[in-house]
Write a protein that binds this ligand. Structure first.
Ligand code: COA
Ligand code: MG
Length: 296
């Protein structure tokens, strides 16, 4: 389980490692993290060249670090012809995370963890896992459980809704009604394992109204943030996954109420006609810490 302070992952932008123009943009973007993609955004013919770009990309890391933007590399599935080399190449640059595609079982995480250990990757290199196959959905509780063991490095789940729709045949409607049960299951499993949970991408990057709605729904479902494909999506995600002004006001009220001498030692109090328990105080404190970390 992660005992580290809250780290915002509201907006997590995929950047194809093969796209120089997009890579050059990273330094100016206000996203909380970038995922340098070696997998689906890169055509097979470009895979090796894309991998070779990592050195240049990580040369610019100080800029990203300066504004606390995490840098994650998504590697091809270990079973593919590129996966093993991707993993070793990524590990060399000590990214904040390595995102594994097509994860199916806990063993997929454990095997990669062993490779990282054998290659002396520091503990700061975490593992993120795509949840995008039917098998990952069926095994999600067991995979998430690894999050309770820091030695596994597992730190974050990323919903891969495009692959999930492709592999299951589920219809991806604008309101995502058929995907929502799986999305909720992902959130539940991530919480059980103490992991962060990021929502999948919205492909229609020109429709920002629909995007803002999808972000609001994802925040309501309990996601920590959203994966993005285009810089135009960053602002809406940053807003949706930050505590709202109303929630912050409420959190301060709860905190102040429990701080009153008359409520000292009480487990439950009444506040404006509603029951408030100490669990709500813990929730309020977490929210306030989150807002402080974001600078909201
Ligand atoms: N990261 C950084 N910069 C990006 C970007 C991204 N993901 N997507 C677009 N940009 C940049 C473009 O390079 C362009 O830069 P410029 O102003 O210097 O010309 C600017 O933002 C505007 O881009 P736009 O013309 O609106 O989009 P596009 O047609 O160039 O690209 C996509 C559209 C979808 C091809 C592109 O956004 C993309 O590749 N996204 C990521 C896809 C991905 O990684 N998929 C795998 C995970 S699902
Ligand atoms: Mg995928």
């Amino acid at each position: 389980m992660t005992t580290e302070p809250y780290r915002p992952r509201r907006s997590v932008l995929y950047v194809p490692a093969s796209n120089d123009k997009a890579l050059a943009k990273i330094a100016q973007l206000a996203c909380d993290a970038v995922i340098i993609d070696l997998e689906d955004a890169v055509a097979p013919a470009d895979k090796v060249a894309a991998r070779e770009k990592l050195a240049g990309i990580f040369d610019n890391r100080p800029v990203a670090l300066g504004r606390r933007c995490e840098m994650v590399v998504r590697v091809n599935a270990l079973a593919s012809e590129w996966g093993a080399d991707d993993l070793l190449a990524a590990a060399k640059f000590e990214p904040d995370g390595i995102l594994l595609s097509k994860v199916a079982t806990p063993r997929d995480i454990l095997e990669v963890g062993d490779v990282l250990d054998d290659n002396f990757a520091p503990d700061s290199v975490k593992l993120w896992a795509m949840i995008e196959t039917p098998k990952a959905m069926l095994n999600i509780g067991a995979i998430a459980e690894l999050g309770r063991d820091p030695a596994s490095r597992l730190n974050c789940f990323v919903a891969g809704t495009n692959d999930l729709a492709k592999d299951t045949g589920v219809l991806a409607t604008p309101d995502r009604r058929y995907l929502v049960p799986w999305l909720m299951q992902m959130v539940l499993a991530a919480r059980a394992g103490g992991l962060d949970m990021l929502d999948g991408v919205a492909n229609d990057f020109r429709d920002l109204d629909a995007f803002a709605r999808e972000c609001a729904e994802a925040a309501a479902m309990g996601f920590d943030g959203k994966t993005l494909i285009h810089p135009a999506q960053i602002d809406a995600a940053n807003r949706a996954f930050a505590p709202s002004p109303a929630a912050l006001t409420e959190a301060r009220l709860v905190k102040d109420a429990f701080a009153l001498a008359e409520n000292n030692g009480k487990g439950v109090i009444a506040l404006n006609g509603r029951m408030v328990e100490r669990l709500h105080l813990a929730q309020a404190e977490k929210l306030l810490a989150k807002a402080a970390a974001i600078g909201a």
